[in-house]
Write a protein that binds this ligand. Sequence first.
Ligand code: FES
Length: 180
Amino acid sequence: MTDELVEKYAGRLTVLRHFDDDLGLLTPASALEFIGADTASDAYLCGPEAFMDMIESAHTGPGTVYSERFGAAAEPVKAAEEEIPAPAAPIEGTVSIRLGSQRVSVPLQAGETLLESARRAGLAPPFSCEAGNCATCIAKITDGSATMRVNDALSDDEIADGYTLTCQAVPDCSIKVRYE
Ligand code: FES
């Protein structure tokens, strides 16, 4: 896909890849070398916090640095203290997850998200913000139901079709989920 874009926008788009294994970790000096004389250009960043912090400190402008930060994972919404109900009986059940050709099942654990269950089962499912914003962790519930703590990414139609944000979805009962 990237190669197609470079070809389509020849002369306007250049893609440079930096592999840490070959070139070492990026440093402010190597970032500055990359920026070169283009200090008036804007920069768009997305990546690990430490990477974005380092580029932001190296890019002194006058161009602007735009960073895509999702912030910390959302805390579960807590009811006011007097409204906290007595703890419910632990739910028993199974979380079954399909990721590509991998199929795993783990016992349901109260309060655990589907993403956490998937990791506990040894899978490495996709995720990014873990705050309900990006939908990178989307999966389809094929049986059962779950409640999302936060949803800033899926439409009502998508939810009605069974899609959920696994980083936010806590199963209500035994559940089957498929990453697509
Ligand atoms: S990882 Fe971003 S919404 Fe779940």
